[in-house]
Design a protein around this ligand. Structure first.
Ligand SMILES: [Zn+2]
Length: 79
């Protein structure tokens, strides 16, 4: 496969920290994604998209209980 951004062919599966932003907070999620080594573009498959969406939804619910805390950085694993 070729990178749609830079047309490079140097794309490999890597473990990266994906940032999910949620009302002032940033949650770092370790995920395996295809990443272009030339320009850094990330490619999300359906499984990755679903995982991000699920996390976003569950964090939204959790956030209701912690409304006074903002600006924290969390790290979690999506495996
Ligand atoms: Zn690229």
């Amino acid at each position: 496969m070729r990178c749609v951004i830079c047309k490079g062919e140097d794309i490999e599966k890597k473990l990266v920290d994906e940032e999910i932003r949620l009302s002032g907070d940033i949650v770092l999620v370790s995920m395996e994604l295809l990443v272009c080594n030339a320009c850094g573009e990330r490619y999300y498959d359906q499984r990755a998209m679903k995982k991000i969406e699920d996390l976003r939804l569950s964090m939204k619910v959790e956030n209701l209980q912690f409304q006074t805390v903002v600006g924290k950085v969390y790290r979690t694993h999506a495996a």
